[in-house]
Design a protein around this ligand. Sequence first.
Ligand SMILES: NC(=O)c1ccc[n+]([C@@H]2O[C@H](COP(=O)([O-])OP(=O)(O)OC[C@H]3O[C@@H](n4cnc5c(N)ncnc54)[C@H](O)[C@@H]3O)[C@@H](O)[C@H]2O)c1
Length: 329
Amino acid sequence: MKSAAIIGLGDIAKVHLPILQSMSDVELVAVCDINPDKQNIAGDVRFFTDAQDMLDKVKPDVVHICLPHYLHYPMALLAAKAGSNVFCEKPLALNAAEAMQFAALEKDYPSLRFGICLQNRLNNSSVKMLDVIKSGHDGKVTGVKGVVAWHRPKAYYEASPWRGKMDTAGGGVMINQSIHTLDLMQCFAGEITSLTGNICQLLDYGIEVEDTATARISFANGATGLFMASIANSKNDNIEIGITLENAEYVIADNALFKLVEGSRELVCEDDKLPGKKFYYGASHAKAIGQYYKSLCDGTDDYIHADEGVISMKMIDAIRSSNGGAVTL
Ligand SMILES: NC(=O)c1ccc[n+]([C@@H]2O[C@H](COP(=O)([O-])OP(=O)(O)OC[C@H]3O[C@@H](n4cnc5c(N)ncnc54)[C@H](O)[C@@H]3O)[C@@H](O)[C@H]2O)c1
């Protein structure tokens, strides 16, 4: 049995909460939010408004970090010093430099485990696509395309103003909404040599962070990638990731993996679907959290380690600084 605590009781904590409460080998022992109005979100679970106080008094085995981005690394460090393992929501940190500090915690605290919630890696479609690539049956990857056309109303930034500011969010559509797509693109196509990108604001929300980003990615194996993401769409379309191999073409779309055969889509496998309005989170949080706790209990290494969250941060930094010129990674 492992004891767990959640810090930050906003939108994503509502996904972690029922998962933890449904796990037979996990006891949710405390929750924490600076906002005292969140006191009853987890029923009668012990509530704190100060994370250090909670760590000192409860000493949970695992801390779930569900906080604004600028607090991810400082809170992970605080938890590590208190002897707690960390399961952190994406992104790892505000930028690549801080992400590397976070990843270094794995070496500084070797008895603790630092997991990063890049749950879309565990979607059935992602796992199957990686199997296809690794099998070599269809040849090497020659191209990958990621398209995220989502909608975030102005109210989304008004509800949590940290989301619209560089010093608290570290960016907009790239770090907040499309980081999973950037991550999957590099999972599929491999090591990146350089990126050329542009970011802009198409909306008049008066926020600091980009709402739209594009990039061309060059991979070490010669493949190229095209990335397009925006929250200026009128609705949340399903993410589309196209993968071209030497001898076949695949697309992840509409929560499924398809092989393109003579212009038609042949279903390879379907993702589990998350019911409700937040379907676009995907349904793999439970898999990512379950995998992390299984590794803690079994002593195995099979979970998404913090250092695996550094690469998407480097991609984001490169696109931000590119301004249309190639940036070497
Ligand atoms: N994995 C995914 O698909 C996914 C989806 C949505 C959000 N997220 C991530 O989850 C994290 C949280 O996002 P959100 O949308 O839930 O944010 P939110 O603004 O809804 O919630 C953040 C909560 O943290 C609390 N908080 C702020 N400072 C605190 C502190 N010092 N101590 C304790 N509590 C504090 C706030 O009061 C708020 O309740 C972000 O990293 C975001 O990128 C991940």
